[in-house]
Design a protein around this ligand. Structure first.
Ligand code: C2E
Ligand code: CA
Ligand code: CA
Length: 316
């Protein structure tokens, strides 16, 4: 259907410079379009502040990209087997230290959407992919069955060169394609373009595993399962994290049935957001293939991850 958005500026207050008023109206309009809850946005100083920070972060991100990805690095969070004693794989997660004191700390929840908006996620995505694969090949030398996953956005699959570049990187490091897992969110899969389809097919043909990230949060969870072959389902943290508090009957039922369903269709499962022993105990009766969460470890740099690999006796 159609929708209308509007940005509103109160001219009686503050400035009377037309360019500025129009600028503010445009800003509010853009804001109204983004927040799809309400389609009207009235100008306020907070909106301007938000915009200023966003512009600042966006410019600093571009500088990092131009500067050979300086400031970007990967951290790794272990994924353990169902016993919780063995690391089977890890998720590579992007971090960024801005070279600008005014920005301070900036986390993925802030900078990833900006990168997706500006298209910066495409070059940065190559950096993530290459670095994750290089690191995987290091760890594979010692730990034979180890695999690494990284996150891929919709825009990256729209790029016809991306999947071939994954395959090239895997070959360059003499890795097994099966040790590479691409994590996609449902929003990626719901975008049913020819290009995304092709990328997807190419991943599968080359034996690269596909994980469906944040399962249960999109609006097409079951549609996705019905239409697309995936190897791993990652049940969103929101179902796991609250399991030990309050009224969790529904979450419990969801977790249980998703596990059952996946076992039935031969899809592997990972529980995200295993934050403490209690939750771990609660979900250990379900047959998840993998467990991920702060209880085992937060995402850590590669040196610390190697220590984890030694500690959690990973099978060679
Ligand atoms: P995600 O893919 O769902 O990644 C998992 C997030 O949950 C990570 O946050 C991780 O630190 C956090 N987490 C892990 N275990 C727990 C837990 O037990 N409790 C809680 N409360 N949180 C936990 P992070 O690293 O801040 O990443 C946030 C999101 O940013 C990611 O969500 C992913 O969507 C995106 N992202 C991160 N790196 C990349 C990247 O390289 N490319 C793309 N496209 N997106 C990325
Ligand atoms: Ca992920
Ligand atoms: Ca996730």
């Amino acid at each position: 259907g159609y929708s209308v958005s509007a940005g509103i500026v109160d001219i009686s207050s503050a400035c009377n410079n037309t360019t500025e008023i129009l600028g503010r109206a445009e800003l509010c309009l853009a804001h109204a379009k983004e927040e799809n809850s309400s389609h009207v946005c009235i100008f306020s100083p907070e909106i301007e502040q938000k915009h200023t920070r966003r512009t600042m972060v966006s410019e600093a991100l571009n500088k990092s990209i131009e500067n050979n990805f300086k400031g970007f690095n990967l951290v790794y969070q272990p994924i353990l087997d169902n016993s919780g004693n063995k690391i089977i794989s890890c998720e590579a997660l992007l971090r960024w230290s801005p070279n600008d004191d005014r920005i301070g700390a900036c986390y993925p929840d802030e900078f990833i959407p900006i990168l997706e908006n500006t298209g910066g996620i495409v070059p940065v995505g190559y950096f993530v992919m290459k670095e994750a694969i290089r690191q995987a090949s290091e760890w594979r030398k010692k730990y034979k069955k180890f695999s690494v996953s990284f996150n891929v956005s919709y825009l990256q699959l729209q790029d016809p060169d991306f999947v071939p570049a994954i395959i090239k990187a895997v070959n360059m490091y003499h890795l097994d394609t099966s040790s590479v897992i691409v994590e996609l969110t449902e929003s990626v899969l719901a975008e049913d373009t020819d290009m995304v389809r092709n990328s997807f097919k190419l991943l599968r043909q080359n034996g690269i595993k596909i994980a469906l990230d944040d399962f249960g949060t999109g609006n097409s969870s079951f549609w996705t399962l019905h239409n697309i072959d995936i190897d791993i389902l990652k049940l969103d943290q929101s179902f796991i994290r609250g399991l030990n508090t309050g009224n969790n009957c529904i979450n419990y039922a969801i977790v249980e049935s998703v596990c059952l369903m996946c076992n039935r269709i031969g899809c592997k499962t990972i529980a995200e957001g295993v934050e403490d022993t209690e939750i771990w105990k609660l979900i250990s009766k379900f047959e998840f293939t993998g467990l991920q969460g702060y209880h085992f470890s937060r995402p850590v740099d590669n040196a610390s991850f190697e220590e984890l690999l030694q500690k959690y006796h990973m099978q060679s």
